[in-house]
Design a protein around this ligand. Structure first.
Ligand SMILES: *Cc1c(COP(=O)(O)O)cnc(C)c1O
Length: 394
């Protein structure tokens, strides 16, 4: 097939056509088990009937009205996010990068307004990922995503993840924000240490800097609680969400405390599509499906079953050395002899009709539906084990 899309994407050689729950079918009618969830997006599986109904219903009422107005679905979703988090206010965007862009701009503006322009430094972690706008690739600590687009925004300092001593050396009076993923997703499903997040919280308090948690990947139930920070008991000042927020309908959000919200004075930031009623109607229904005890119980149960079933694949003569992560974000760390081959494993899995992800070169990542059922999990694990056997033989 002729490909009309710019070559920054490398597509698999199957074309998905339809999907339901944790199953996907390609154009040739092949059936796949999806343990990737559209990269941690399809958090209640594909085409959940209640989301389809919410989208249909809203699509016959109002699609878009500009942000000269607010709408009921917009307020409803914002109210739910506020009621179940540290936040007092919400800014809606269309993606994770835009949610982070809003978070970073808000932190800069708050510091400018209250302390002056000297207080502008943003601290972030090496190997972090925050999106693909110029500001977010610059802030993220992965030069491979930013160096070709220089000159880059300045006033950004990178520090090693989970290194408290290093953090103490870079947060000071000039810092306006420290941004961190509670679990580094793209770089290998690496959870932050509680002590590191606590040190970050304390340093941000001491120097009046904003603590920003990027929960684009780990928020909205992924870790077994609504937001990942709730596992740590350490709240940020600003939080970004996207991916699972719309469960497949594009939407992002920046949540913040009242104190920071006040810096976004009328006209200081904006978006054409952010907060549109279609996305918010879907997001509001998705919120209810995610934020309920049965879903959290399923996440915990499937986490334990997956971990114990995949444990067979860990050990000296096996493909993996460790399974890590939280809830339904799991990273299977490749053994020494397979370093750099996570992409090959993922390709091999697709041949076994299994959709999974990599997270960096050495980690195979699973981010299935939070409503994953036993039948689909067991079939997925069977295919995962077949993949491991073929991969080892190759
Ligand atoms: C995916 C991701 C982003 C970027 O989200 P987009 O919707 O692709 O812009 C930002 N931060 C983290 C942690 C992510 O996983």
């Amino acid at each position: 097939m002729k490909n009309f899309i710019t070559p920054n994407f490398v597509f698999a050689d199957i074309i998905p056509e339809k999907a339901q729950g944790s199953r996907v079918w390609d154009e040739n009618g092949n059936e796949y088990i999806d343990l990737a969830g559209g990269i941690a997006v399809n958090a209640v599986g594909h085409c959940h009937p209640e989301l389809v109904a919410a989208l249909k219903e809203q699509s016959e009422k109002l699609w878009h009205i500009s942000n000269l107005y607010t709408t009921r679905p917009t307020q409803e979703l914002a109210e739910k996010l506020v009621a179940h988090s540290f936040a007092d206010k919400v800014f809606f965007a269309n993606s994770g990068a835009e949610a982070n862009e809003a978070a970073l701009k808000l932190a800069r503006k708050y510091a400018h307004d209250n302390f002056g322009e000297e207080k502008h430094e943003i601290v972030s972690c090496i190997n972090s990922f925050h999106g693909r706008t110029l500001f977010t690739v610059s802030v993220a600590g992965q030069p491979k995503y930013s160096k070709d687009f220089a000159p880059l925004p300045t006033g950004i300092i990178h520090t090693p993840f989970n290194d408290i001593d290093a953090l103490k050396k870079v947060i000071n009076e000039k810092t306006c924000a420290f941004i961190v993923e509670p679990i580094q997703g793209e770089s290998g499903v690496l959870p932050a240490d509680t002590a590191f997040l606590q040190a970050a919280r304390d340093l941000c308090n001491q120097f009046q800097a904003a603590l920003i948690f990027d929960e684009v990947q780990v928020g909205m139930g992924r870790t077994g609680k609504l937001f990942a920070y709730q596992n740590y008991g350490i709240a940020p000042d600003i939080l970004s969400s996207a991916k699972a927020l719309g469960c497949g309908f594009p939407i992002g959000a920046m949540l913040c405390s009242e104190k920071y919200a006040q810096a976004f004075t009328p006209g200081s930031h904006g978006t054409t599509f952010g907060g549109n009623p279609l996305a918010c109607a879907v997001g509001s229904k998705a919120f209810d499906l995610i934020n309920n005890p049965a879903t959290y119980a399923n996440i915990e149960r499937q986490n334990q079953l997956l971990r114990s079933e995949l444990a067979d694949l860990c050990g000296e003569n096996q493909v993996f050395k460790q399974i890590r992560g939280m809830g339904l974000l799991l990273g299977c760390v490749l053994n020494e002899q397979y370093q750099g081959k996570a992409g090959d494993f993922v390709k091999c899995a697709l041949q076994e009709k299994l959709m999974i992800l990599q997270a960096g070169a050495n980690v195979v990542r699973l981010a299935p539906s939070l409503l994953l059922n036993d039948e689909d999990r067991m079939e997925g694990v069977t295919r995962f084990k077949q993949t491991a056997t073929k991969f080892q033989a190759a």
